[in-house]
Design a protein around this ligand. Structure first.
Ligand code: COA
Length: 260
């Protein structure tokens, strides 16, 4: 896969997508959003890929937000379309992928950058990272799911404060409020993410996909998460991974999951 604004590498079952516009602090322009959609879609349909890492290039930024230069003269209709298309094409799309996606936040994750990290299944940050949703300082609100996913992760009051003040929080504060799971030095960030990914890779990818569906159901309006869990749980019993996982346990050996 070859792109203008992102890099995609594969290392066995692990894929890494790096947003690569360091001079613009990896800001998300239309082209980058479209390339990210294509890359995630292609990796999702590659049966060899079992976990995806998303990070930013350079030492300064994960993603410093949506590209402000692209929407500063938009009308109300254009603004609405920007948010809707972005949510569908990238943010909701990533959240609903069956392949686990880990955000490795290596610097600023602001606005659309934090929204993208929040759409990933979980987040790990380097200690220099700074996170926030500064949109109200520009006269707009988060439009790529930030008003929904930030309260889910940190609670309503903390989300209200972060969005209203437009302030940035440190990696340690982000860990303390549940926005990121771990904090490491910048050098150790990718090794740590890979270590956690290697634990994921040992497990049944089919069961992990079912777990993503069931967990996401908890946050979907009009869906009973417990029912979704029952369906997903039952579905596992029809998979070869379940047969192998339970047989391996009973035979006191490590499972060799076929992945279907
Ligand atoms: N959209 C477009 N361009 C952006 C950008 C964004 N969200 N964030 C950074 N850039 C560009 C800058 O315009 C600058 O480009 P230039 O060199 O051509 O002038 C370049 O990236 C470097 O940014 P700069 O502001 O010079 O770096 P800094 O270290 O002084 O400040 C930030 C870093 C992150 C504090 C600052 O860039 C910033 O506030 N960015 C916007 C954050 C934001 O509001 N995001 C939400 C958007 S909805």
């Amino acid at each position: 896969m070859s792109f203008e604004n992102i890099l995609v590498e594969k290392r066995a079952a692990l894929a890494q997508i790096t947003i690569n516009r360091p001079k613009k602090l990896n800001a998300l322009n239309k082209c980058t959003i479209s390339e990210l959609h294509t890359a995630f879609d292609t990796l999702e349909s590659d049966p060899a890929i079992k976990t995806i890492i998303l990070t930013g290039s350079g030492e300064k930024a994960f993603v410093a937000g949506a590209d402000i230069s692209e929407f500063s003269n938009f009308s109300m209709e254009e603004g609405k379309r920007l948010a809707r298309e972005g949510q569908e094409k990238l943010f909701d799309f990533v959240e609903q992928l069956a392949t686990p996606v880990i955000a490795a936040i290596n610097g600023f994750a602001l606005g659309g950058g934090l929204e993208l990290a929040m759409a990933c299944h979980f987040r790990i940050a380097s200690e220099n990272a700074k996170m926030g949703l500064p949109e109200v300082s520009l006269g707009v609100i988060p439009g790529y799911g930030g008003t929904q996913r930030l309260p889910q992760l940190v609670g309503k009051g903390k989300a209200m404060e972060m969005i209203m003040t437009a302030g940035m929080i440190s990696a340690q504060d982000a860990k303390d409020c549940g926005l990121v799971n771990h904090v490491s030095t910048q050098e150790e960030l990718l090794p740590l993410v890979e270590k956690i990914a290697s634990k994921i890779l040992k497990n049944s990818s089919v069961a992990i996909s079912a777990a993503i569906v069931a967990i996401n159901a908890n946050f979907k309006e009009g869906i009973d998460g417990f029912d979704a869990e029952i369906d997903a749980f039952g579905g596992c019993f029809g998979t070869e991974d379940f047969t192998e996982g339970t047989r391996a346990f009973l035979e006191k050996r490590k499972p060799n999951f076929p992945g279907n």
